[in-house]
Ligand binder design. Sequence first.
Ligand code: DMJ
Length: 643
Amino acid sequence: MTTPALLPLSGRRLPPLALGAAAFPHHRATLRLSEKFILLLILSAFITLCFGAFFFLPDSSKHKRFDLGLEDVLIPHVDTSKGGKNLGGFLIHGQGHDEHRHREEEERLRNKIRADHEKALEEAKEKLKKSRDEIKAEIQTEKNKVVQELKKKDSKPLPPVPLPNLIGINSGEPADPDVREKRNKIKEMMKHAWDNYRQYGWGHNELKPIARKGHSTNIFGNSQMGATIVDALDTLYIMGLHDEFREGQEWIDKNLDFSVNSEVSVFEVNIRFIGGLLAAYYLSGQEVFKIKAVQLAGKLLPAFNTPTGIPWAMVNLKSGVGRNWGWASAGSSILAEFGTLHMEFVHLSYLTGDPVYYNKVMHIRKLLQKMDRPNGLYPNYLNPRTGRWGQHHTSVGGLGDSFYEYLLKAWLMSDKMDTEARKMYDDAIEAIEKHLIRKSNGGLTFIGEWKNGHLERKMGHLTCFAGGMFALGADGSRDDKAGHYLQLGAEIAHTCHESYDRTTLKLGPEAFKFDGGVEAVAVRQNEKYYILRPEVIETYWYMWRFTHDPKYRQWGWEATQAIDKYCRVSGGFSGVKDVYSSSPTYDDVQQSFFLAETLKYLYLLFSNDDLLPLDNWVFNTEAHPLPVLHLANTTLSGNPAYR
Ligand code: DMJ
């Protein structure tokens, strides 16, 4: 029976508009809602009429009706000890005063019920006079009110914390006119990518530059979360594209909503959205970015509800239900995913004063520290239910890469106080050097992958980021091997440059081999694509900052020209399917990381070093710069918000 839900027994009618808006906050529900709403009104009116009729029935009939359960509402306590008895819900004390008082009470309640229901009937009649559009508009207004209320609740000011030292947010304009010209060209490419996304893909996650429409993949779930806007913000800011930055900010302020029924990748949302929002906040000082980052982080937290605390790969932002990728070994979570949260989560704790984020990532670290590692290597798969490794596959490219990167960067970001992270990084790199790094017959240093007990002599484009990582970690390395690691970085940069140089388009393939006479060349057709990835350029930039060897700028410029020549289309930039073909076909995707990383690293490569100096900023794995936190130690006790 639906009556009790529609018509609470207290006699107060639930305002149906508010009920609808609160229960169905989504646009698609609006149409269905208005139909339901009219039905509810009719039912409500009908029931009210029944109630009206009821009061004209003889008393005995009424008592039977109230047996249906209304007694608790009328007189909740039945005290039979005083000789009274509960007759059909009305407390009958038998005689005299009590009986009289009771009748009065009964009469008062009846009048109240009658008045309430007459009012409800009037309201229902009024509503039914309105057109469908008017009712829809009312529902919308109520819905907006609820959304505004929720926004207000979510936008509560965060505790003030001292901002870290934000050094080097400047133009970084190079004096050399040739370098300046190159830098301007890169800025123009950014504008081309942004303007087309603005025109054809606005609000969608990414752009299809040939079809000229929005694009998305399952990492962002099924909703339009404006991934390109969030990912591109800090690049726009650094390049001085302030109008574009403001447009992005406005969209985020008005439209970026995380209460969506959408299953997203925890890792991708963290590095692109939380990282992007935090960087935009630190660069511009605009509170909205910090608030959005914190709101979103709250939506990711349920992913950590696993028996081990190792988060699921995906989480539904609305329900909080998590799960892992179907393709991952034995239901495992991925090392590069759950191991790439630390930087952003430490900043979240710093900015909110809430240790919850910090505790989550430290728990992961502690768990990993306790585990046995085959040959000192971290396998890529870990089961979040059992806490056991899945398949013994180790990679410094896809599935493993940014875990190692974040160990080093956790140490750097803590102003080198987090020595535990540095030790884990040093141990891991030693094992990687011993088991995965080799020189090819032609003298190219490469990083292979460990698969089921043997080394696969193949390196991914993704792995090329490691050149920059080795250079970044050189200072402070164990046994003072700084020179060695800088050299290793240079060798990886050289190998990756070769992988570009040995193609027709001078763009790097997704993966390349060092086997059977093949050196730095893709063999399989499905590894010949270039999807606007940044890793090789990222390594050029780090190498440039540490060595100022002009070849890195030269290599960066070669890549810029190749991208502009082969990936640029009138609707933006697209990946290409075969870098060895002289007439490439496009994949028709402008990846958000092209704006976040590839173009940013290129721009920085042709800027002065005092723009975001590496002593003060640490770039997350999506190239979003986060400031070093000069905290007393890794427990964040230096943060006044904690005390
Ligand atoms: C980016 O989203 C990040 O750099 C990530 O760590 C790995 N790959 C892509 C770009 O290639």
